[in-house]
Design a protein around this ligand. Structure first.
Ligand code: GLU
Length: 421
């Protein structure tokens, strides 16, 4: 990936996260040494990931694991497979994980992993090989009380199963070393849809408090992967109209609402392009940003809402960041001036890591929970975090992101201080 291509893709996640931190740090008058401590990674590892391809040749991919902070507990965060993954992006995402676990008040720090690869170009066997080699090479810094990987963009329960198997070969039975596993290997019920479910709870709360109802609400979702597809399903079940969704190949629009119960198996379970579905009009990926709606939900990659592209013209009541870092700082400011609330990623999508925490506790105790218990506990956690942020938003008249960051930074800085840093 050249610098030019990266720039064409808009502001990069690492820079977005750094910029947001500086703004909150100014507000909180953080001391210079604390800024340094909270922006640089605790530990960062870069590895080569050689894979024997099906044609007999070797390809070497670059892999990263960045542990941003372990002040509040073991580092925690997903692993993504993506051509744009690099050290700066992975550090940005690891930092967001620190704020996410702190905001949810779960006993973890923040980490992230990435392999620079386009997984769509790999066969199933090559993908398995890549997953096993990568986890082996970073295994030295992992462990149930050290750093616990999970799924992220383009990785899923099967990838976690291979990674757990590989890790277990080194240390023996150790289900709490990886979360987001298949249920039959010790994964938690409700983990697959947890990010979307947590997001749906936040949407329900915000809708009630600020008069943007979910029932009959008009929803536009960018992305139809794990988060976008499950969120479409859950909001549709609550009576919302899902006007448009997209995937990498394009979008689909229906002003009366898409038939989600049919689109879900087509686009998500069978991984067919959403544009091949018959119940709507084909639209481009860019057209999605112009559709008048109540809830606009980016649920794919970072840096998609920008000053240059769409912040001035978004036609929604609220943006809910189901993806990590979808909004650039300048776009954030424009939306604030336009009176459009942005529910930040580390609140909106925190359901995933929260149920990862439940999975980890179930593994450590060897005592699985029911689906109902997982969702009840998730609701308690999401409601509590939402209300804590809302209180500050209302008392201080600041953006949701600023309020949430202030809470997280305070918790992490306090833990660091108590440890003597
Ligand atoms: N990848 C997810 C996130 O960005 C989940 C991380 C986890 O479960 O550790 O929050």
């Amino acid at each position: 990936m050249t610098e030019k291509t990266k720039q064409k893709n808009g502001m990069r996640t690492g820079a977005i996260v750094h910029n947001q931190f500086e703004m909150a740090a100014d507000l909180m008058e953080l001391e210079p040494y604390q800024r340094k401590l909270l922006t640089s990674p605790f530990r960062s590892m870069t590895v080569e990931v050689p894979v024997r391809m099906d044609d007999g040749s070797f390809d070497i991919f670059k892999g990263y694991r960045v542990q941003h902070s372990g002040a509040r507990g073991p580092c925690k965060g997903g692993i993504r497979f993506h051509p744009l993954a690099d050290e700066s992006e992975v550090l940005g995402l690891a930092t967001t994980m620190t704020w996410k676990t702190a905001l949810m008040d779960i006993p973890f720090g923040g980490a992230k992993g990435g392999v620079q690869v386009d997984p769509r170009k790999l066969s199933e066997r090559e993908l398995e090989q890549l997953s096993r080699v990568f986890i082996n090479r970073i295994a030295l810094i992992l462990g149930p009380y050290r750093d616990i990987p999970a799924p992220d963009v383009n990785t899923n329960a099967q990838v976690m199963a291979w990674m757990l198997d590989e890790y277990s070969k080194r240390v023996g039975y150790s289900p709490a070393a990886v979360t987001g596993k298949p249920v039959s290997l010790g994964g938690s019920l409700g983990r697959e849809e947890a990010t979307a479910q947590g997001c749906a709870y936040v949407i329900e709360n915000y809708g009630r408090d600020f008069g943007v109802p979910v029932k009959d609400g008009r929803v536009v979702i960018q992305g139809f992967g794990n988060v976008g597809a499950h969120l479409a399903r859950l909001l549709h079940e609550q009576g919302a109209k899902i006007l448009a969704v997209t995937d990498v190949d394009g979008g689909l629009y229906n002003e009366n609402g898409l038939d989600i119960p049919r689109l879900f198996p087509h686009g998500y379970l069978e991984r067919q392009p959403v544009q091949d579905f018959d119940g709507g009009d084909k639209i481009t990926n860019d057209a999605i940003w112009k559709i008048p709606c109540d809830w606009l939900i980016p649920a794919a990659l970072g840096g998609v809402i920008t000053r240059e592209k769409n912040a001035d013209t978004l036609n929604c009541k609220v943006v809910v960041e189901a993806a990590n870092s979808p909004t650039t700082p300048t776009a954030d400011k424009i939306l604030f001036d336009r009176d459009i609330d942005v529910i930040p990623d580390f609140l909106a999508n925190a359901g995933g890591v929260t149920v990862s925490y439940f999975e980890w506790t179930q593994n450590l105790q060897q005592h699985p929970w029911s689906f109902q218990k997982v969702n009840d506990e998730l609701r308690i956690k999401m409601d509590r975090a939402y209300n804590t942020v809302k209180d500050i938003v209302e008392k201080r008249n600041v953006q949701w992101r600023t309020a949430a960051l202030a809470i997280s930074i305070k918790r992490v800085a306090e833990a660091e201080k108590l440890r003597g840093h």
